[in-house]
Design a protein around this ligand. Structure first.
Ligand SMILES: [Zn+2]
Ligand SMILES: [Zn+2]
Length: 274
């Protein structure tokens, strides 16, 4: 029996003797099944192959956690340290004794909150190591491959965790697509942790949005406008995306507004305005 992990997207499934036949997350139009067909691994197999987690400070009270060498889609999680309880934003497939010890030293975890299903990964395994609750938006419930009473499905547009930390449902890439507002981030100017609900692009001064990144399916104008309206009331100067170095470190509000208008103009020209 094993908690099998899809090697393409990194999602861990419920306990089963044999590896599952399908990964619904990869078969969805927003992901893909690799050329070799579906491949499976597990936390034990990843460790046998020498995979480790890298734990690296991003800024004060924000620590990145990612798998090395790169695994699945190269997800990076972020540990947000807070005196009222640390939050793991997004998640990765591997958790091992070294990582648990490193995070315990940083104050452990009170909660795990996740942007969308491409970061569900081994969330229950992580939650059990730290006795933490997992906050997922209810609109993405169908994509949970390992159910657990530790999951709290929240509904509506926002959910306050503590001390102003707020989960914001932007939709877009996924219906339940969520970002986390951290008011104390960026030295008090505020930061958004976004996964790829809002994606930091190569120049790290702009962002973009897609329904599918690997399959290059854009979002429509109504969905982009909804993201912009939803984050408008929140102050932020930085954005931390879902991958190493995918960070906008200054003037992030402009980094969203300007390319969003560029995007809306581009799809309007293509006759795609909704
Ligand atoms: Zn998959
Ligand atoms: Zn994604």
């Amino acid at each position: 029996m094993n908690y099998w992990i899809c090697a393409t997207c990194g999602t861990q499934f419920s306990l089963s003797e044999r590896a599952p036949e399908h990964c619904p997350i990869c078969e969805d139009q927003r992901q893909y099944v690799g050329h070799q067909g579906q491949e499976w691994t597990s936390i034990g197999l990843l460790q046998e192959k020498g995979y480790k987690n890298v734990v690296k400070q991003e800024e004060q009270d924000l620590i990145g956690v990612g798998i090395s060498p790169r695994f699945a889609i190269g997800q990076r999680a972020l540990l947000l340290r807070h005196e009222k309880g640390n939050v793991l934003w997004d998640c990765i497939s591997l958790v091992d004794d070294e990582t648990v010890a490193a995070i315990q030293e940083l104050g452990g975890l009170s909660a795990i909150a996740i942007s969308h299903p491409h970061f569900y990964s081994s969330m229950i395994e992580w939650a059990e190591h730290f006795d933490a609750q997992v906050f997922l938006h209810a609109k993405d419930r169908q994509w949970v491959m390992r159910e657990s009473p530790r999951i709290h499905f929240w509904e509506g547009r926002t959910l306050s965790l503590w001390d102003g930390l707020t989960l914001i449902n932007c939709g877009g890439h996924f219906e339940g697509g969520t970002v986390l507002h951290w008011p104390a981030g960026a030295s008090g100017k505020g930061a958004l942790l976004t996964g790829d609900i809002i994606t930091v692009v190569q120049d790290r001064r702009h962002v973009s949005f897609m329904r599918s990144y690997p399959n290059l399916i854009p979002l429509g104008s109504a969905e982009i406008k909804r993201i912009l309206e939803t984050i408008e009331p929140f102050s932020f100067d930085q954005i931390y995306g879902g991958w190493w170095s995918a960070n906008v470190l200054t003037d992030a509000k402009t980094a969203v507004a300007r390319p969003a208008q560029r995007y809306l103009r581009a799809i309007a020209c293509a006759g795609g305005s909704a």
